[in-house]
Write a protein that binds this ligand. Structure first.
Ligand SMILES: [Zn+2]
Length: 519
């Protein structure tokens, strides 16, 4: 039952019970002398009340059943000193209600099920409730003005450091042979492009080189020479080495493999004197100048993660330090087991502090716009390569990696918008009562006068909701005592959290959890 869910917290239940017992007492039985009667004026005949016990409403003169003081006639609405319930400018009666049984209403004056006279409900009562200073203090009502401010939503996730996949290289041999010399002989060593890694003795290579020399000598055609040259190039000799061979006619049965990139040896499979076969992997290299961090984002939070967002990460291994990187890839596929989507950050790691395999905690901070939607990430209007989303340049041109023409990232950055649009009307979470179907705040319209206001809010941030409709800047919302206030609205038959139209509309419906009509 979604309506019941709000009451599942024990404290709320206790608060409600305490209110109904004590709050009702405060407002009905224990009012200060300046508080008025609960609009116990009548429509046709005169009604009499006790000056000490305003709950006494009797349609004839007599003595108070409580204190035996002679009753006094109640003056007509509008001329009364009664100020408990809203301004009674119009005396038109809407219905009658029981003072003791909240659900009992009637269109005609009669006695309620407890035998007490019902009191009129005026149309002008609207949805306002006035609290005396005493009642207000007893209910601990506090208000704060609604303000415009910058709001952002924080998403906290755990991520894992991984290699930058675009900066990996595998070193494999293309010839069969034996490892003669191992220049790079341990994992973790840093190499530059062109650094020698390993020297392989290969009888096959010797044969292939001799074939080229024979083809050159026989003069039987350049086709044979070309195919012999191509074979050597495919086996891993450089063009320079082939040219040297043609010029010097000096064959060698050794081939040296060089590093194609700047990077760190992350795996070494080769050992001295081992026999290697074509296609066998000897080393794995990775450039650690930048690393990737994978974040798992839940479906419900995905709307707040955008391309180009800056994300801050921290590692327990590096206390007090933080590393930030941009979101540059959001997986198009959801992992059905974890119900998460992979999001990739690219983080500068020239100091080698982040190590692949490490866990980091990440905070994604998405600014909110006045409409409750996430603000643009800030890269809008800049230029990026469709194949290399890491490339973000301030002007058009071609991709430095693949030479493709850059495309402009759509949208306008939030910083380009006027300051006013970046400020969001924020209502404290404590002010909002949530029935599961609608959200309500109590607003102090004028000092001591409260009204229920239904509001529409955006996604919750830490302590506030962005207000999409229902409130204006400066409105004073009740942040404390609002549950008691709501109970009081409900008892009075005024529109409240669970009774949109007031109790009159809900009369006749079952209580105890059934959903009121009108939703
Ligand atoms: Zn590119």
């Amino acid at each position: 039952m979604n309506l019941k869910s709000i009451f599942t917290k024990r404290t709320v239940l206790i608060a409600l019970v305490v209110f109904i017992v004590v709050g009702a007492g405060v407002l009905y039985f224990n009012r200060p002398a300046d508080g008025g009667a609960n609009s116990a004026a009548e429509a046709n005949g005169q009604i009499w009340t006790c000056s000490m016990h305003h709950q006494v409403c009797i349609p004839k003169p007599g003595k108070c059943p409580i204190c035996s003081v002679p009753l006094v006639p109640i003056s007509k609405p509008g001329t009364t000193n009664d100020t408990t319930v809203g301004k009674t400018a119009s005396p038109k009666i809407k219905s009658y209600r029981s003072t003791m049984m909240p659900g009992e209403v009637s269109q005609t004056p009669r006695k309620d099920s407890m035998g007490m006279d019902m009191v009129p409900v005026y149309e002008s009562e609207g949805s306002m409730l006035e609290l005396s200073d005493h009642a207000r203090a007893m209910a601990s009502v506090e208000t704060v003005p609604v303000q415009r401010r910058k709001m952002s939503r924080e998403i906290r996730v755990v991520g894992k450091v991984q290699y930058n996949e675009t900066a990996l290289a595998n070193i494999t041999t293309r010839v069969e042979g034996y490892v003669e010399r191992l220049f790079v002989d341990y994992t973790g060593i840093e190499v530059k492009p062109g650094d020698h890694l390993v020297e392989i003795y290969s009888p096959d290579l010797l044969v292939a080189q001799q074939e080229l020399l024979i083809a050159l000598e026989s003069q039987r055609g350049s086709a044979l020479v070309e195919s012999a040259k191509r074979k050597l190039l495919l086996w891993g000799l450089t063009q320079e080495q082939v040219d040297d061979l043609v010029r010097d006619k000096k064959v060698s049965d050794r081939i040296t493999l060089f590093s194609p990139i700047r990077g760190t040896v992350t795996e070494k499979m080769v050992v001295r004197k081992a026999m290697v076969k074509p296609g066998e992997m000897l080393y794995r290299l990775a450039n650690l100048d930048s690393v990737w961090v994978y974040l798992d984002i839940y479906e419900s939070e995905l709307a707040w993660v955008q391309y180009g967002q800056m994300v801050e990460t921290k590692s327990e291994a590096l206390p007090g330090q933080s590393f930030s990187g941009r979101v540059w890839f959001i997986s198009p596929v959801l992992n059905e087991e974890t119900r998460t989507v992979k999001v990739l950050l690219n983080i500068n790691n020239t100091e080698r502090k982040l190590k692949p395999g490490m866990y980091v905690s990440a905070v994604i901070r998405a600014e909110l716009l006045a409409d409750g939607k996430p603000a643009p990430s800030g890269v809008e209007g800049q230029w990026s390569c469709p194949m290399h989303p890491l490339v973000v340049l301030p002007q058009a041109g071609e991709c430095p990696v693949c030479k493709m023409t850059l495309v402009q990232i759509p949208g306008t950055p939030a910083s380009a918008k006027p300051e006013a649009e970046q400020l969001v009307l924020a209502v404290p979470v404590t002010a909002v009562l949530d029935s599961g179907v609608r959200k309500l705040v109590y607003v102090e319209k004028t000092p001591g006068q409260f009204a229920a206001v239904e509001i529409v809010v955006g996604p919750r941030t830490d302590d506030s909701y962005p207000v999409l409709s229902g409130l204006n800047e400066g409105d004073k919302v009740v942040t404390r005592g609002n549950f008691l206030l709501d109970s009081q609205f409900q008892i009075r038959g005024l529109p409240s959290l669970f009774y949109k139209e007031g109790q009159a509309a809900a009369a006749g419906h079952q209580h105890g959890g059934s959903q009121p009509s009108g939703h």
